[in-house]
Structure formats: structure tokens, C-alpha cells
Design a binder for this molecule. Structure first.
Ligand code: NAD
Length: 326
């Protein structure tokens, strides 16, 4: 690999733990920093005895610690963030502060020591845009500030502006990816993520709640594909200072996703349609469709997703079955 010492914030989280594993397999040295707020020690416990791996359990806003860590590493992947609609609706203050302050700290340190910086933004940034496909240079349409749901997207969008500001003002090599729904082993359903939630309920033969009329569609991309894309960014000079969508284009309605999970688990679960207002209060905006334009990912990173939705669902089911086994 071009870079040997990799620092990953949010590395005990779902995507971060897979990214750490990926680089360890490539014989890199990996340090993760995580405060275990939504991440879990169990996600990285199996790496503990690897002498190329270090875990620092701390907050990314610890200036002194991050100064030392950034200086000692070759490249920074900044994944630490508050994640999940449920968390955002319940804790808007923490969400906004975490997303902005962690990015502000990390980009400042990267600028000081001239370290390449990779940032995981989100497809939420496109907001309520009504388009067949979302392209990185399209305008965005966020909902109003009175709806907490948009706090996540708005703050990630500010982070994007800040990071691109460092690039244009100081020439720092920065890379931004807008991830669309990413799924796979180790993702928890605890914060409102749909696929692990459905699988956990199906395995317990419990009712699966589908919000709205269930006709809203999403494209689910394997975490293994996403990690491969993340690793490719710093090897692609044309991607410096760019925003690149990463996700799948295989669309499925949420109701059909629930049916697929029930079929694949052989579950006796029933589906219950629940109005958004009952879950998130009145005036919750959902997005009906969210498909990434992957032209940039293909041209700049030579990347496209490889895992099918069926394969991904089967991997998640296997993972949840193991987690259930005492
Ligand atoms: N999973 C998805 O579908 C998806 C989609 C779009 C964007 N993303 C982005 O990808 C990144 C990783 O998401 P994930 O799905 O792995 O979520 P995750 O919650 O599993 O990972 C985030 C990690 O950040 C840690 N963290 C939060 N605040 C911290 C702080 N102040 N200091 C140190 N650690 C802190 C959490 O403990 C957690 O381990 C996030 O930036 C998220 O916004 C994810």
C-alpha cells in the first residue's frame, strides 16, 4: 500500500472496523480512535492481538491526543460521527456537535501535518431532491431547520464545505465520499438501520415494522464494496478535492426488503405498516427514492459494487445468527 500507517476515527464502528481489518490484511499498521458511543468493543476485539493494530478509546475532540496521533500516521480516515435517523431525532444537539467538532478537529490536525484526509459524508446531503439519480454536482434540497431530521444532512454538508475549503485554501489532499445505505455484518439495528433491524426481528419471529406505506425504495451496498472504495481514494490523484458517491444502484422497496428477509430466514414474522408520525412525530420527511449516479466512482476510482442484494442479506442473516448463538 502507498500509505503504511493508517489512522481511522470511528474505527470501532460498523464500517470503521471493516476498514481496519482490510488494511491489516494489506500489512499496514492501523490505529483506531473511538469513544464507543455507537461503536462497540466487540467489533474490534478480534484484532486486539494483532501487533500492527492499536485501539485508542477516546473522543476525537481531544486536541492533544489527536495532534500526536495525526503526526504519527501517514493518512487519516475520518468516520467518527453520530449516525442514524433515530439518534438524530432524539439527540439533535449531540448530533450536530459531534459531526462538526470531530471534523473540525481532524481537518485542522491534518492541515497542520499535511496528511491526506478522507471523509465519509452521506447521501442524506441530497435531501429531498426528486431525481432518478443523484449526481455529486447537483443542487441539494434540504428540509427546514424545524425538522430535526435534516440536522444530520446539514451538518455533514457544512463539514464538506469546510474540508473543501481546506483543499482550496491550503492545497491539502482531501477526499469526500457520500455513502448511500451501507450494510453488512456487524451493523446494529439499535439506531434505526433498517436491514439489521428486519433480520433481528425475523430471526425472533417478531412483527416487522415498515414505516410509511413501504413503497419508498433504497439501494443497499455491501460494506465490503464500500471498504474497497475507501481504500482506493488515496490511490487516485484525480479524486483529490472531489465528492464521490459510493453505493449500489440495485433498488428495492422497503416492504419488499422485509418480504425478502422473511423468505430468506424462513420466519413467521408478519409485516406491520406504521405511519412515520407515530414513530418520529408529525411532519417527518422521508425520501421516496435514493439512487447514486456512479459515473465519478467508475471514472475516478475505477470502482463499482460487486455484491448482489441477495448475497448481502444472506451475510447479514448469518452474522445475526452467530450473534444470537449463546
Ligand atoms: N452506514 C451507512 O449506511 C452510512 C451511510 C452514510 C454515511 N455513513 C457514514 O459512515 C461513517 C461510519 O458510519 P457507521 O455506519 O460505521 O456508523 P457507526 O455508528 O457504527 O460508526 C461511527 C463510530 O464513530 C464513533 N464516534 C462517534 N462520535 C465519536 C467521537 N466524538 N469520538 C470518537 N468516536 C466517535 C462511534 O462510537 C462509532 O463507533 C459515519 O461518518 C457515517 O456518517 C454511513
Amino acid at each position: 500500500m502507498k500509505y503504511q500507517k493508517i489512522l481511522i476515527t470511528g474505527g470501532a464502528g460498523f464500517i470503521g472496523s471493516h476498514l481496519a481489518e482490510f488494511f491489516l490484511k494489506k500489512k499496514c499498521q492501523v490505529t483506531i480512535v473511538d469513544n464507543l458511543s455507537t461503536g462497540q468493543w466487540a467489533n474490534i476485539q478480534h484484532l486486539e492481538n494483532n501487533e500492527s493494530f492499536s485501539a485508542v478509546i477516546s473522543c476525537v475532540t481531544d486536541e492533544k491526543l489527536m495532534d500526536d496521533l495525526v503526526r504519527e500516521h501517514d493518512i487519516v480516515y475520518h468516520l467518527a460521527s453520530a449516525v442514524g435517523v433515530k439518534l438524530i431525532m432524539e439527540k439533535p444537539i449531540d448530533t450536530i456537535n459531534t459531526i462538526f467538532q470531530t471534523t473540525d478537529t481532524m481537518i485542522k490536525k491534518c492541515s497542520r501535518y499535511r496528511k491526506p484526509f478522507i471523509f465519509t459524508s452521506t447521501s442524506e446531503v441530497y435531501g429531498k431532491l426528486d431525481k432518478e439519480m443523484f449526481s455529486e454536482d447537483s443542487d441539494v434540497l434540504l428540509g427546514c431547520a424545524e425538522k430535526h431530521r435534516w440536522a444530520y444532512a446539514a451538518t455533514k454538508a457544512v463539514d464538506e464545505f469546510l474540508i473543501l475549503g481546506y483543499h482550496s485554501q491550503t492545497n491539502l489532499p482531501v477526499y469526500i465520499t457520500r455513502l448511500f445505505n451501507t450494510v453488512g455484518p456487524r451493523q446494529t439495528g439499535q439506531y434505526g438501520m433498517v436491514l439489521p433491524n428486519f433480520v433481528e426481528r425475523a430471526l425472533r419471529n417478531e412483527t416487522i415494522q415498515v414505516f410509511g406505506n413501504g413503497e419508498q425504495t433504497r439501494c443497499f451496498c455491501s460494506v465490503y464494496d464500500v471498504v474497497r472504495a475507501l481504500a482506493q481514494f488515496p490511490l487516485s490523484p484525480e479524486a483529490i478535492g472531489k465528492v464521490v458517491n459510493i453505493g449500489s444502484q440495485q433498488e428495492i422497496s422497503i416492504k419488499n426488503l422485509a418480504l425478502k428477509v422473511i423468505e430468506k430466514t424462513g420466519s413467521s414474522s408478519q409485516i406491520e405498516l406504521v405511519p412515520y408520525s407515530k414513530v418520529y412525530g408529525a411532519g417527518f420527511d422521508d425520501i421516496l427514492k435514493r439512487v447514486p449516479d456512479l459515473t465519478r466512482a467508475q471514472n475516478l476510482l475505477q470502482w463499482s459494487p460487486e455484491y448482489s442484494l441477495d448475497a448481502i442479506i444472506e451475510q447479514v442473516i448469518e452474522d445475526k445468527k452467530i450473534a444470537k448463538t449463546p
